[in-house]
Write a protein that binds this ligand. Structure first.
Ligand code: NAI
Ligand code: MG
Length: 362
């Protein structure tokens, strides 16, 4: 059998810096754990625009469709802020998600004990927190038609449309139930069925899918209440399933329960390919961080944890993923910190590569 294949797209800014560290981690697994990957690398975002005039070249798109997993750093930066909407770096990312049909966005919010003090919530509310938000990623109000800005009665009117088919709701729900089965068998679905018809359909379809997963305890919650509950008592949740817009907001909210952006991985999964693996892209939640680019300050953990998710969800290497996460846990417990994990602005931490050194040593 051939080696699993990985396409690395570092992108812009610190995306390139943190991805260089992930390559060291991949090499470590090759040397120490005899895990070989066919790794290729290409451009996305501003880096692709600079070379090709588009944020994602067709050849790169084709390659992304073929590999077992895509690892993406971050895109964007001030140099590209004035570009036309159609070639903005983000369009490269959106194209990958759309054409790979990555409909389930997995955003874990996990609190490493050593960082519990870092949360904006009380330590006891977040210590040991481990929840997973599954956000529907390919439909909803970000894509629905009609959309646009037009004139009406001499006024400008902005229009976006929340639209969901039952098929779209169902496939994401299955992904969420499957995850729940591997975790604490608890799923909370969030919508606004009280004021939105798409929310009524959402609730109905999730309830129908539940029939196939009777072991999972299913609850429904209005998304605004969900936001309150996430900051009141986040540990009541295990897996949360919600739509594209609510998921965007709720996952950012949940993420901050655990401290720094530099710690947060994500996965976006699609339908199974011929080899049984889901189409998949893994990326840190953070952006290209122009304010710290080129200074060796970026925390590589979000990107390294994204690779751990790839090990678990694309390569069936859950034990190796746990090994990597345990190394990160140990390093944090030992007090190793990049600047973003230091509350005192005057104290100095380790560099981007220094953090990786510590993780590999652990
Ligand atoms: P950002 O996530 O790049 O940075 C926000 C703040 O967090 C900055 O102060 C940054 O220094 C810090 N930070 C982020 N990641 C860090 C890390 N790994 N280690 C240490 N500190 C870290 O978001 P911002 O500033 O809103 O956007 C900057 C650029 O990134 C923009 O062009 C934006 O469009 C793009 N962006 C791209 C994303 C992606 O590629 N998925 C996501 C979010 C923003
Ligand atoms: Mg967001």
């Amino acid at each position: 059998m051939s080696n699993p294949s990985l396409l690395i797209l570092p992108g812009d800014g610190i995306g390139q810096e943190v991805m260089a560290e992930v390559r060291r981690v991949i090499e470590w697994f090759g040397a120490k754990r005899d895990m070989q990957f066919d790794v290729s690398e290409d451009l996305v975002g501003g880096a692709a625009y600079d070379k090709h005039g588009v944020p994602l070249h067709d050849d790169t798109m084709a390659k992304a469709q073929e590999v077992d997993a895509v690892l993406l750093g971050a895109v964007g930066g001030p140099a590209y802020d004035d570009l036309d909407f159609s070639v903005k770096p983000e369009r490269g990312l959106l194209r990958l998600r759309k054409e790979m049909d990555l409909f389930a966005n997995l955003r874990p919010a996990q609190c490493f004990d050593a960082l519990a003090d870092f949360s904006s919530l009380k330590k006891e509310l977040v210590a040991g927190l481990d929840i997973m938000i599954v956000r529907e990623l390919t439909s909803g109000v970000y894509f629905g038609e009609p959309r646009g800005i037009h004139m009406e009665d001499n006024m400008r009117v902005g229009v976006n449309t929340q639209r969901y088919t039952e098929v779209e709701i169902e496939r994401g729900a299955r992904a969420a139930f499957e995850l729940a089965m591997k975790r604490d068998k608890k799923l909370c679905s969030m919508e606004k069925a009280n004021v939105m018809e798409s929310g009524i359909l959402w609730r109905d379809v999730v309830t129908e899918v539940h029939a196939d997963y009777p072991e999972v305890e299913l609850s429904h919650m209005y998304a605004d209440n969900g936001a309150m509950q996430l900051v009141r008592a986040p540990k009541q949740f295990d897996v949360i399933y919600t739509d594209n817009l609510f998921g965007d907001i709720l996952s950012d909210c949940a993420a901050m329960l655990t401290g720094s952006l530099g710690m947060l991985p994500s996965a976006s999964l699609g339908s199974p390919m011929e080899n049984g693996r889901p189409k998949a892209m893994y990326e840190p939640v953070h952006g290209s961080a122009p304010d710290i680019t080129g200074q060796g300050k970026a925390n590589p953990i979000a990107c390294i944890l994204s690779f751990a998710m790839a090990l678990r969800y694309s390569f069936d290497e859950g034990a190796e993923a746990t090994r990597l996460e345990a190394a990160i846990e140990k390093v944090l417990a030992d007090g190793v910190r990049t600047g973003d994990l230091l509350s005192d602005e005057n104290s100095t931490g380790v560099s981007t590569s220094g953090m990786t050194d510590a993780i590999l040593a652990a």
